[in-house]
Design a protein around this ligand. Sequence first.
Ligand code: UN1
Length: 498
Amino acid sequence: MDPQEVLQRFKLHSGGGTLRVVSPIDGSELSRVQETSPQELAQIIEKAEHAFKKWRLVPAPKRGELIRLFGEELRAHKEDLGALVTLECGKILQEGLGEVQEMIDICDFAVGLSRQLYGLTIASERPGHRMMETWHPLGPVLVISPFNFPVAVWCWNFALAIVCGDSVIWKPSEKTPLTALATLSLFEKALKKFNASLDLLLLVVGDSDLGKPLVESPKISLVSATGSVSMGKAVAQSVAARLGKSLLELSGNNAMILTPSADLELAIRAIAFSALGTTGQRCTTLRRLIVHKSLYDQVLKRLSQIYKHVPVGNPMEVKTLMGPLIDQRSFDEMQVALKEAGSQGGHVQGGERILEEKYPKAYYVRPALVTMKTQTEIVRKETFAPILYVIPYEDFEDALKMQNDVPQGLSSCIFTNDIREAETFLSARGSDCGIANVNIGPSGAEIGGAFGGEKETGSGRESGSDVWKNYMRRATNTINYSKELPLAQGIHFDMEEK
Ligand code: UN1
């Protein structure tokens, strides 16, 4: 697909702004985008507040109708938006399309949800009383989204926030503003069909400093941020300083325990997709393979072949399975990590830059397979690149301990056909991650489940299940329909009026 054609379809080629957007595919300039100025932020917040005040009064199933229309636009433009995702963040076209499908899926989920924002009725201890819980729209939500899932992760938040009655301010990664602009234009089409002209989605384009005044503003009811631990810590501290609400989905350091009873054919395929997919730049990427020593040699041999031969190249080409890294910084960080791994006793295969002559301004690498005797410091760190550490284990309990012995707690999995191992892995003393899978890799989650993790991953949950509760406020209501005024806890407070 011709990049210019893709840009033209969303009218993004004209440029005229100050933010230079380059494609990681070849380092070429895609466009120059208008940046939001710091002076505009107050007005953006005001617009979001104004839209929220109107939107919260629209019945939830009607709000769902808007997301249904948005989902239809996404369906109609799946190919174009998927190609734009590939062009701007470098993931292969299959994954670019998958990303748009993930948006469509969460829209469908949110439409159903718009008729299911259920509260509870609670038995009152007092006669003639009824208690209930009601859920109300929360307010303007700020969504800070990452380059690696430039639209799907945002959409998890957006689709839910909109059916919950909130307005959304979106601060996409400064590396991927074009997909955000294209998505905004599709949402505007849906708004038009819905016959509304509300500022339910406001974009803030520019570098991370721009997000700061928004994060600090008490007018933002929820800050949902996806990205690195350092970004998450800064956001969490600012929001906590004003006792605001945040929802964080940060780094992962995801492992697979590969046991003697595992179905190796499945496991190898799962390893390949979850370690190499998105060029190792998913927060759910498989980074640690904890493999039983009886399988170690044969698994390593097979992986070594896969790592040598996996087709790396232009992500627009059908045969490519691994595209470029996002930028030079990411490449440099990968090299530093590999050097450290070497100095900590690791043996490194791959990891070098390739296709330099064809793409001098882009960063393609051979994925790196690193054997380690133990889980050293560098293994415990998340490096956002295709590096897979392979560590042997002898005793299942040691493997479990190793799986949990990292600061992050996003995703994890075990490959086993032994029910005791599987159930132990899923039990209270098993994996400490927000996602724990059996005979499936750690990445590629469906939208129906709650997505997120513990420890340094930030404890937030996005996407499915009952995650919608993050985007609403809860009220507990007690109604007295009796002619008495009994107090709870049996307290007497009788007074005589003089
Ligand atoms: C991310 O990398 O931030 O489970 C999100 C997955 C995708 C989402 C990844 N559905 O890998």
